[in-house]
Design a protein around this ligand. Structure first.
Ligand SMILES: Cc1ncc(COP(=O)(O)O)c(C=O)c1O
Length: 377
């Protein structure tokens, strides 16, 4: 296995804890342990009493009950808890893929969604979402790319980094195609529950496709990345068993306090994701005004779900722009080159309470440069 460095994680490792304003985070505003314990009387005492031995390797049974409530057809025994979504991606790929298998991956994407398949020796075809199509995926293109050795299709909707949400009929057709053509669908649903119009929420793949694997996590819609709890939900017993067997070689089981706190948070998941959606809606209205006033500098496809979008910068090289911004204003954007995307885009995150201050600094940065530019002419 030859894994190349995870560019996005390396970029965050360099900046995340050194800059004042993260204007590109993909997780929502977080909570403190105290905030979370305040949701239920007795929770603080419960945490103090919570046993710190090993937990069940598939996840504490009461946590799996709570996770299964997210889905319409999944039983607690069909949920496998992991240390973050990242561990689940790693184990899924190692459980099902062999060198020489063909894998099709929705792209641009979170790097591990294609990198791990590549490192195993799979042939990877990128299923490209294009700006000129407003990031819409073309199902016919997917069909043309299917081969006799296509083992898995990886999709992520709501999407990192574009905020694209597949229409329901396309998503249903994709799941039906997987069933018909016998490939596995790995559906990264970590941004689910952050649809701006709740009527557009997609069913989870595991609820409509018996072979599919759905990925969920505490980090994104609930903003609780520090718990490092993720999971897969699936009716596919053979994939489940292979992933569970591999987990004995990575983390064995999850952190007991994190499981306790995740279960507590999930009992209040609508309250938490609702608060985060509220922050997103407020911030998006500021962004709408920002982009409409600067249409000559940015191409903006308004996202349909999630905490991030992928605007295009016009007239300047994105890497230099991001570097100058973070150096002079302490505001971090993520250049699209981190996704190996050549289109001069950047990832913008807007699910943090301090986004208005970060946006004001970005505006100031743009205005100062515009003044300097006009003075030097
Ligand atoms: C699409 C997607 N999948 C998986 C992950 C991994 O989530 P976690 O860091 O909580 O393991 C991320 C994180 O950014 C993501 O954006």
């Amino acid at each position: 296995m030859q894994l190349t460095p995870f560019k996005l994680e390396r970029y965050f490792a360099r900046y995340e804890f050194n800059v004042k304003y993260l204007l590109c985070s993909s997780d929502c505003e977080s909570l403190s342990v105290g905030d979370l314990l305040g949701f239920e009387p007795g929770a603080e005492e419960g945490l103090k009493r919570h046993w710190l031995g090993y937990t069940e390797s598939s996840g504490a049974s009461s946590l799996r009950v709570e996770i299964s409530r997210i889905y319409t057809s999944i039983q607690p025994e069909q949920v496998l808890v992991h240390s973050g979504a990242e561990e689940a991606i790693f184990l899924f790929m190692h459980a099902v893929l062999q060198p020489g298998d063909h894998v099709i991956v929705h792209w641009p994407c979170y790097q591990s969604l294609f990198e791990i398949a590549r490192s195993i020796g799979c042939e990877v075809t990128l299923w490209e979402a294009r700006l000129e199509n407003k990031w819409v995926l073309d199902l016919d293109e997917l069909k043309r790319n299917l081969r006799s050795n296509t083992r898995a299709i990886i999709v992520n909707t709501p999407h990192n980094p574009t905020g694209y949400l597949m229409p329901q009929d396309e998503y249903t057709a994709l799941n039906a195609l997987a069933h018909e053509r016998g490939f596995l669908l790995f559906s990264d649903e970590v941004y689910r529950e952050l649809e701006y119009d709740p009527a557009e929420r997609l069913p989870s793949a595991c609820d409509i496709n018996p072979g599919a694997v759905s990925l969920g996590v505490m980090s994104k819609a609930y903003g609780l990345a520090g718990l490092r709890i993720g999971w897969v939900a699936t009716h596919n017993a053979s994939v489940f068993a292979r992933m569970a067997a591999l987990k004995d070689y990575t983390t064995i089981c999850s952190s007991a306090p994190s499981e306790f706190l995740s279960e507590l948070a999930l009992r209040h998941r609508e309250r938490i994701s609702g608060r985060n959606l509220h922050i997103i809606h407020d911030n998006l209205s500021l962004l709408d005004a920002f982009f409409s006033a600067r249409a000559e500098r940015f191409e903006w496809v308004r996202p349909k779900a999630g905490p991030i979008a992928f605007p295009r910068l016009v007239g300047e090289v994105i890497e230099q722009f991001c570097h100058q911004l973070v150096t002079s204003s302490g505001v971090l954007l993520l250049p699209g080159t981190i996704y190996d995307h050549p289109g001069n885009h950047f990832r913008l995150g807007f699910a943090r309470k301090n986004m208005p201050q970060a946006l004001a600094l970005l505006e100031q940065f743009l205005d100062t440069r515009a003044t300097k530019g006009s003075m030097s002419i």
